[in-house]
Write a protein that binds this ligand. Sequence first.
Ligand code: PMP
Length: 451
Amino acid sequence: MTLKSNRSLLDIDRDHLIHPVTSFRAHEARGATLLQSGKGMWLTDMDGNQLLDAFAGLWCVNVGYGQDSIVEAAAAQMRQLPYATGYFHFGCETTVRLAQKLADLSPEGLDHVYFTLGGSDAVDSAIRYIIHYFNAIGRPSKKQFIALDRGYHGSSTTGAGLTALSNFHRLFDLPHAWQHHIPSPYPYRSELTDDAAIIARSVQQLKDKVAELGADNVAAFFCEPIQGSGGVIVPPKGWLKALRDTCTELDILFVADEVITGFGRTGPLFACEEEGVTPDLMTLAKGLTAGYAPMGALLMSDKVYQGIANGAAPELAIGHGFTYSGHPVSAAVGLEVLRLYTEGGILANGRSVGRRFAAGLNAIADHPLVGDTRGRGLLGAIELVADKDSKARLDSALKIPDRLFAQGYKNGVIFRSFPDNIIGLAPALCASDEEMDEIFARIRKTLDDLL
Ligand code: PMP
């Protein structure tokens, strides 16, 4: 592809393809181009530039690009049976096997799986099944939902309301009246320095919110074990367990949104695992198919499943489902991706290179622009500030997030550039130590270029 043809393709892209975050801004501000191919950690754009992907696409390509065995699994399934609805009576072996595998690998007791197309509809499905559950067990008033500020739970109207990022709410009268938020623990920006105090405060905030709404009205609390799109906010160890236990005490369901943290992103297969937490429901997507096909999943406990199944009005079918739920090709991809994580050694590699990632984050903390670095496993953030001592934010007029992304691209590294001048990092689990060092060398150069 020549430079010229790339330009004209970009013009066509601008004229016809909507990229919601960037299309409605000046074309120049997009700072990106079209991608042509990928292998391992590397992407090649249509100008032939080689880019190190430090964000695994959109925190999803956990096994890296160009994994032939996944392509073969998808092709074989397409040849044999491309479609079988999971909605009514049918199904197919591949989808059943994936459900079995997820039930086996997930935290104890999450034995029932509903497949979706991605994370947003996994969250929507959780809300709908939870409302069915409480109705079925004769507690229909439990319909209020609580989540965290800075949380991200999807882009459907329901998910966008549970999400607590203001641009998702604007114009839509969101959150819905039944959606509520409590503050994010955000340790770096908290005036509390003691982990136990941060945990105790979140617990109290949840208790206060439930008391305000009435325990008989509250259905569930949703949270990400580590908040991703809100700026990779890592709560103290023990926070997740404390919130989980509080939900049990308050008689509300605890939903872990592991769309980002699932599938080795934080080290173990699921972030809940290393915290000793078993949620009542869990939402998954991204790493489940590692970006090779669209798929999400909602896992639920036997208690919730049986509650719905044996409920007050079993003759009423659940009015919920998607044409492509449990899609055989996505399921074949998911099965092969899971095999790569476990038998293929990718999970183990992720844990090992995760130590190099932590060292990279640590080392870059000395840069004059860096106020905080944080992370777990291969999920991390670098927060830039105007002043390290006061933690003062950089002037928004400097448009740091746009400039950072564009400069990183020029330096051959792709990361997420969040508002509040936070760099989000989520490299694939297949990275080598050398590639990890190269990512941080390119990020350091990018920060130097901004000075
Ligand atoms: N939950 C979380 C925690 C997410 O990070 C995302 C996507 N970034 C979603 C839900 C929504 O997933 P999707 O974009 O696949 O609909």
